[in-house]
Design a protein around this ligand. Structure first.
Ligand code: ACO
Length: 348
């Protein structure tokens, strides 16, 4: 049985910076409101045309492959986590396979929102442990700006999210005690509609008090048209307080679960990289675990919440900044829509 390790890391963020003050040009909000409640100062939005969830994933993947010292042709499986795919179907994994000129390898899309990257990493870990694959490319990428609604009804949602991508190459290692020590995945659909986007979907609108009438019944109620985004029929909804309350319980719980499984305690963590949901959630988790500032990584101030991309972007930046050394214990933890949550412990 092999262990898996992260052999290469890369990230890509779009060039377009939108500060909180920029948002006040097209919505009713303020820098003070956003910073006080989320810690976010600015976020990136992809080019409206020409830049996609897949294209950003490709850019991050190129860097991860180069740092792992392998070519695209050597990748033997793709796992692509996103909630904002280019198409309703097919998934972004196959689009990335085509774009990067890879062989006819397997490609899997993961739809687990903010926990998507941890789920994807866990699946890659299983494939490597069994010896089935040797170079698994794990990507988290989001172009969320295309579905943002800047109306007052969802301004508490739209100020939080941003675009970007991160990727890692997972490979086997035979070094004892190194690599992914364990992963832990959970879900609870009881509050699925507390953070949701109903379109496109076969039950679209069922969670809304007043589901909109379809503009064209011949569409069969299945598809989201560009007009639905433009006219505001389709937009993400969130009960922010419900998300907050659940997140501050589940983040520490799933980190403790990982530590207990490996007979470790919070003081053994060298770097916690939480999903960048909200700075206040991260600070709460830090306090519960008793971690000093230097042991928790935050870049939400600059990128907002990039959902499935947030952990690999943060990992890539932390690694570039030299914050991760050989032998360090690194912990990933995520919580998001579904609700789904998970953690991974890695000995570097
Ligand atoms: N700018 C200015 N005012 C706003 C904005 C905005 N962007 N959004 C909402 N408001 C107003 C509301 O209209 C309301 O006004 P009122 O008092 O006059 O009615 C007031 O601010 C309070 O609104 P609430 O929605 O109750 O705001 P709350 O204090 O709960 O903060 C927030 C909202 C920041 C979303 C908070 O609930 C939160 O942090 N929740 C956690 C959710 C989260 O982090 N989600 C991340 C994505 S999920 C994940 O990654 C795990």
């Amino acid at each position: 049985m092999f262990q898996s390790k992260i052999a290469g890391i890369g990230h890509y963020v779009p060039k377009n910076v939108y500060t909180n003050s920029d948002l006040t040009r097209f919505m009713d909000t303020s820098d003070a409101w956003i910073q006080e409640r989320t810690g976010i100062q600015e976020r990136r939005y992809a080019d409206r045309i020409g830049e996609t969830t897949t294209s950003m994933g490709v850019e991050a993947s190129k860097i991860a492959l180069e740092r792992a010292g392998i070519t695209a042709a050597e990748v033997d499986f793709i796992i692509f986590a996103t909630l904002s795919p280019d198409y309703y179907f097919p998934g972004c994994g196959v689009l990335l396979q085509r774009e990067m000129g890879m062989g006819e390898i397997g490609a899997l899309d993961i739809r687990n929102q903010c926990s998507g990257f941890v789920y994807a990493l866990s699946i890659a870990d299983q494939f490597i442990k069994t010896g089935m694959y040797k170079n698994v490319l794990v990507v988290g990428s989001e172009k969320q700006s295309f579905a943002m609604d800047f109306d007052t009804r969802s301004r508490h949602v739209s100020v939080i999210f941003g675009d970007g991508a991160g990727a890692v190459v997972m490979q086997p290692t035979t070094e004892a005690g190194k690599g992914v020590l364990s992963t832990h995945l959970h879900s609870d659909g009881a509050e699925a509609e507390k953070l949701a986007m109903y379109y496109p979907g076969a039950a679209a609108g069922f969670g809304l008090e007043n589901p909109p009438q379809w503009p064209d019944q011949e569409l069969g109620g299945m598809l989201m048209t560009p007009q639905m985004l433009e006219d505001g029929t389709a937009y993400p909804t969130m009960d922010g307080q419900a998300v907050f309350k659940k997140a501050v319980v589940k983040f520490p719980e799933v980190i403790h679960e990982a530590l207990a499984k490996n007979n470790l305690s919070p003081s053994d963590i060298d770097l916690l990289i939480p999903h960048q949901a909200n700075l206040r959630i991260s600070q709460y988790v830090q306090k519960i675990l008793g971690l000093p500032d230097e042991k928790i990584y935050s870049n939400i101030q600059r990128y907002g919440n990039t959902t499935a991309a947030s952990i690999p972007i943060a990992l890539s930046e932390a690694w570039q900044e030299g914050l991760i050394k050989e032998g360090d214990l690194v912990c990933f933890a995520a919580f998001g829509a579904g609700f789904t949550w998970g953690s991974a412990l890695i000995r570097w």
